[in-house]
Design a protein around this ligand. Structure first.
Ligand code: ZN
Length: 251
Protein backbone atom coordinates (compact mmCIF):
# COMPACT_ATOMS: atom_id res chain seq x y z
CA UNK A 1 0.00 0.00 0.00
CA UNK A 2 1.04 3.60 -0.59
CA UNK A 3 0.03 6.53 1.63
CA UNK A 4 0.25 9.36 -0.91
CA UNK A 5 0.25 12.39 1.40
CA UNK A 6 1.57 12.71 4.94
CA UNK A 7 3.83 14.91 7.04
CA UNK A 8 6.59 12.72 8.46
CA UNK A 9 8.35 15.62 10.20
CA UNK A 10 5.43 15.90 12.66
CA UNK A 11 5.24 12.17 13.45
CA UNK A 12 7.12 9.59 15.50
CA UNK A 13 9.07 6.49 14.53
CA UNK A 14 6.35 4.47 16.27
CA UNK A 15 3.86 5.72 13.68
CA UNK A 16 6.15 4.66 10.82
CA UNK A 17 6.49 1.23 12.40
CA UNK A 18 2.70 0.85 12.76
CA UNK A 19 2.19 1.91 9.14
CA UNK A 20 4.79 -0.53 7.88
CA UNK A 21 3.35 -3.40 9.95
CA UNK A 22 -0.13 -2.60 8.60
CA UNK A 23 1.09 -3.07 5.02
CA UNK A 24 2.17 0.41 3.92
CA UNK A 25 5.43 0.01 1.98
CA UNK A 26 5.78 3.54 0.67
CA UNK A 27 4.57 6.96 1.81
CA UNK A 28 4.97 10.43 0.32
CA UNK A 29 5.79 13.16 2.81
CA UNK A 30 4.84 16.71 1.82
CA UNK A 31 6.06 20.19 2.76
CA UNK A 32 4.32 22.14 5.45
CA UNK A 33 5.89 24.23 8.21
CA UNK A 34 3.41 24.25 11.10
CA UNK A 35 4.70 27.39 12.83
CA UNK A 36 4.99 31.03 11.86
CA UNK A 37 7.92 31.39 9.47
CA UNK A 38 10.24 34.30 10.21
CA UNK A 39 12.14 33.93 6.92
CA UNK A 40 12.89 31.66 3.96
CA UNK A 41 16.11 30.30 5.48
CA UNK A 42 14.08 28.62 8.22
CA UNK A 43 11.83 27.06 5.57
CA UNK A 44 14.79 25.89 3.47
CA UNK A 45 16.37 24.26 6.53
CA UNK A 46 13.05 22.62 7.39
CA UNK A 47 12.69 21.20 3.88
CA UNK A 48 16.25 19.91 3.86
CA UNK A 49 15.61 18.23 7.20
CA UNK A 50 12.59 16.41 5.70
CA UNK A 51 14.77 15.25 2.81
CA UNK A 52 17.70 14.06 4.89
CA UNK A 53 16.42 13.19 8.34
CA UNK A 54 12.82 11.98 7.91
CA UNK A 55 13.64 9.64 5.04
CA UNK A 56 16.26 7.87 7.17
CA UNK A 57 14.02 7.84 10.26
CA UNK A 58 11.30 6.13 8.20
CA UNK A 59 13.77 3.66 6.70
CA UNK A 60 14.79 2.51 10.18
CA UNK A 61 11.22 1.26 10.54
CA UNK A 62 10.98 -0.30 7.08
CA UNK A 63 9.00 2.51 5.46
CA UNK A 64 10.18 3.79 2.08
CA UNK A 65 9.60 7.52 2.39
CA UNK A 66 9.40 9.53 -0.84
CA UNK A 67 9.46 13.31 -0.66
CA UNK A 68 7.47 16.17 -2.19
CA UNK A 69 8.81 19.66 -1.49
CA UNK A 70 7.56 23.15 -2.22
CA UNK A 71 5.94 26.13 -0.53
CA UNK A 72 2.66 25.28 1.24
CA UNK A 73 0.13 28.12 0.82
CA UNK A 74 0.08 28.86 4.57
CA UNK A 75 3.87 29.38 4.38
CA UNK A 76 3.62 32.00 1.62
CA UNK A 77 4.72 34.93 3.75
CA UNK A 78 8.39 34.75 2.67
CA UNK A 79 10.64 35.74 -0.19
CA UNK A 80 10.27 32.54 -2.23
CA UNK A 81 13.20 32.88 -4.66
CA UNK A 82 15.64 30.85 -2.57
CA UNK A 83 13.16 27.96 -2.33
CA UNK A 84 12.50 28.08 -6.09
CA UNK A 85 16.25 27.74 -6.73
CA UNK A 86 16.40 24.78 -4.36
CA UNK A 87 13.40 23.20 -6.10
CA UNK A 88 15.27 23.12 -9.42
CA UNK A 89 18.20 21.36 -7.69
CA UNK A 90 16.00 18.81 -5.91
CA UNK A 91 14.19 18.02 -9.17
CA UNK A 92 17.42 17.79 -11.16
CA UNK A 93 18.96 15.37 -8.62
CA UNK A 94 15.70 13.36 -8.51
CA UNK A 95 15.49 13.79 -4.74
CA UNK A 96 11.78 14.62 -4.88
CA UNK A 97 8.88 12.85 -6.62
CA UNK A 98 6.70 15.98 -6.86
CA UNK A 99 6.41 19.66 -6.01
CA UNK A 100 4.04 19.76 -3.06
CA UNK A 101 2.05 20.38 -1.28
CA UNK A 102 1.31 23.65 -2.98
CA UNK A 103 -2.03 25.35 -3.55
CA UNK A 104 -4.21 28.03 -2.05
CA UNK A 105 -5.70 28.62 1.40
CA UNK A 106 -6.79 32.23 1.99
CA UNK A 107 -6.44 33.48 -1.59
CA UNK A 108 -3.90 36.18 -0.70
CA UNK A 109 -1.85 37.79 -3.50
CA UNK A 110 1.38 36.16 -2.36
CA UNK A 111 -0.27 32.71 -2.17
CA UNK A 112 -1.54 33.06 -5.72
CA UNK A 113 1.78 34.36 -7.04
CA UNK A 114 3.79 31.57 -5.37
CA UNK A 115 1.28 28.94 -6.54
CA UNK A 116 1.56 30.09 -10.16
CA UNK A 117 5.36 30.13 -10.04
CA UNK A 118 5.49 26.60 -8.69
CA UNK A 119 3.15 25.39 -11.43
CA UNK A 120 5.45 27.06 -13.98
CA UNK A 121 8.48 25.32 -12.47
CA UNK A 122 6.61 22.00 -12.69
CA UNK A 123 5.78 22.69 -16.33
CA UNK A 124 9.35 23.63 -17.15
CA UNK A 125 10.85 20.58 -15.40
CA UNK A 126 8.03 18.14 -16.28
CA UNK A 127 7.35 17.54 -12.61
CA UNK A 128 4.22 16.36 -10.86
CA UNK A 129 2.45 18.62 -8.33
CA UNK A 130 0.38 17.85 -5.22
CA UNK A 131 -2.23 20.58 -4.75
CA UNK A 132 -3.78 21.24 -1.34
CA UNK A 133 -7.37 22.39 -0.95
CA UNK A 134 -8.38 23.98 2.36
CA UNK A 135 -10.86 22.84 5.01
CA UNK A 136 -12.64 26.21 4.96
CA UNK A 137 -14.17 27.63 1.76
CA UNK A 138 -13.11 24.48 -0.09
CA UNK A 139 -15.46 24.99 -3.02
CA UNK A 140 -14.59 28.64 -3.53
CA UNK A 141 -10.83 28.06 -3.32
CA UNK A 142 -11.02 24.97 -5.55
CA UNK A 143 -12.72 27.09 -8.24
CA UNK A 144 -9.77 29.49 -8.25
CA UNK A 145 -7.30 26.58 -8.36
CA UNK A 146 -9.13 25.03 -11.32
CA UNK A 147 -9.08 28.37 -13.09
CA UNK A 148 -5.33 28.94 -12.58
CA UNK A 149 -4.02 25.37 -13.02
CA UNK A 150 -4.63 24.77 -16.77
CA UNK A 151 -3.14 28.18 -17.64
CA UNK A 152 0.21 27.02 -16.22
CA UNK A 153 0.44 23.22 -16.24
CA UNK A 154 -1.13 20.25 -17.97
CA UNK A 155 -3.82 18.94 -15.64
CA UNK A 156 -2.58 15.36 -15.93
CA UNK A 157 0.59 16.39 -14.04
CA UNK A 158 -1.43 17.39 -10.97
CA UNK A 159 -3.16 15.68 -8.09
CA UNK A 160 -5.78 17.80 -6.36
CA UNK A 161 -5.91 16.68 -2.76
CA UNK A 162 -8.37 16.56 0.13
CA UNK A 163 -11.34 16.03 -2.20
CA UNK A 164 -14.59 15.08 -0.45
CA UNK A 165 -18.25 14.55 -1.34
CA UNK A 166 -18.95 18.29 -1.25
CA UNK A 167 -16.58 19.08 -4.15
CA UNK A 168 -15.94 15.85 -6.07
CA UNK A 169 -18.42 16.90 -8.76
CA UNK A 170 -16.39 20.04 -9.51
CA UNK A 171 -13.26 18.04 -10.42
CA UNK A 172 -14.32 14.61 -11.60
CA UNK A 173 -14.33 15.59 -15.28
CA UNK A 174 -10.87 17.19 -15.16
CA UNK A 175 -7.73 15.30 -16.13
CA UNK A 176 -6.12 15.62 -12.68
CA UNK A 177 -5.69 12.78 -10.23
CA UNK A 178 -7.76 13.26 -7.07
CA UNK A 179 -6.59 12.67 -3.51
CA UNK A 180 -8.93 11.26 -0.86
CA UNK A 181 -7.70 12.16 2.63
CA UNK A 182 -9.11 9.84 5.27
CA UNK A 183 -8.51 11.70 8.50
CA UNK A 184 -10.34 12.39 11.78
CA UNK A 185 -12.39 15.62 11.45
CA UNK A 186 -12.01 15.60 7.64
CA UNK A 187 -13.40 12.48 6.00
CA UNK A 188 -14.01 8.94 7.29
CA UNK A 189 -13.39 5.74 5.34
CA UNK A 190 -17.09 5.32 4.53
CA UNK A 191 -17.31 8.72 2.82
CA UNK A 192 -14.15 7.88 0.82
CA UNK A 193 -15.64 4.53 -0.19
CA UNK A 194 -18.91 6.20 -1.25
CA UNK A 195 -16.90 8.39 -3.65
CA UNK A 196 -15.00 5.40 -5.08
CA UNK A 197 -18.25 3.50 -5.41
CA UNK A 198 -19.86 6.32 -7.39
CA UNK A 199 -16.96 7.49 -9.56
CA UNK A 200 -14.79 4.37 -9.93
CA UNK A 201 -11.21 3.70 -8.85
CA UNK A 202 -9.14 5.07 -11.75
CA UNK A 203 -8.68 8.71 -10.74
CA UNK A 204 -8.15 8.42 -7.01
CA UNK A 205 -5.24 8.21 -4.57
CA UNK A 206 -5.63 7.45 -0.86
CA UNK A 207 -3.81 9.20 1.97
CA UNK A 208 -3.83 9.90 5.70
CA UNK A 209 -2.34 13.43 5.73
CA UNK A 210 -0.98 12.62 9.23
CA UNK A 211 0.43 15.82 10.67
CA UNK A 212 0.44 17.81 13.92
CA UNK A 213 -3.38 17.90 13.67
CA UNK A 214 -5.67 15.01 14.71
CA UNK A 215 -4.51 12.11 12.57
CA UNK A 216 -4.72 8.35 12.06
CA UNK A 217 -1.53 6.78 10.66
CA UNK A 218 -3.54 3.67 9.75
CA UNK A 219 -6.36 5.36 7.84
CA UNK A 220 -5.18 4.04 4.45
CA UNK A 221 -4.96 0.35 5.48
CA UNK A 222 -8.27 0.71 7.36
CA UNK A 223 -9.95 2.01 4.19
CA UNK A 224 -8.38 -0.71 2.04
CA UNK A 225 -9.47 -3.41 4.50
CA UNK A 226 -12.99 -1.97 4.56
CA UNK A 227 -13.10 -2.15 0.75
CA UNK A 228 -12.02 -5.82 0.96
CA UNK A 229 -14.62 -6.49 3.65
CA UNK A 230 -17.34 -4.96 1.51
CA UNK A 231 -16.39 -7.23 -1.40
CA UNK A 232 -14.96 -4.79 -3.95
CA UNK A 233 -12.85 -6.44 -6.65
CA UNK A 234 -9.15 -7.00 -5.94
CA UNK A 235 -8.01 -5.26 -9.12
CA UNK A 236 -10.06 -2.17 -8.23
CA UNK A 237 -8.76 -2.05 -4.67
CA UNK A 238 -5.18 -2.47 -5.88
CA UNK A 239 -5.53 0.55 -8.13
CA UNK A 240 -6.47 2.89 -5.33
CA UNK A 241 -4.16 1.21 -2.78
CA UNK A 242 -0.98 1.46 -4.88
CA UNK A 243 -1.11 1.16 -8.69
CA UNK A 244 -2.50 4.63 -9.43
CA UNK A 245 0.18 6.24 -7.24
CA UNK A 246 3.00 4.12 -8.68
CA UNK A 247 1.98 5.12 -12.18
CA UNK A 248 1.38 8.80 -11.47
CA UNK A 249 4.54 9.45 -9.42
CA UNK A 250 6.73 6.92 -11.34
CA UNK A 251 7.56 5.13 -8.08
ZN1 ZN B 1 -0.90 17.92 3.89
Amino acid sequence: MIDTHMHADARSGEDFEKMFLAGIDTAITCSYYPYKIPDEIILRNHLNRILELDTSRAKEHGLDLKVALGIHPTNSNINPEMIFEELYKWIESKQIVAIGEIGLEDLTDSEIEIFKRQLDIADETRSKVIIHTPRKNKKEVLKVILDILPQHLSENQAVIDHINTSVVNEVIDRECMLGLTVQPQKMDKFEAISILDEYGFDKFLLNSDISNKPSDPLSVPKTVRELEKQGYQDNEIKRVASLNAEKFFNL
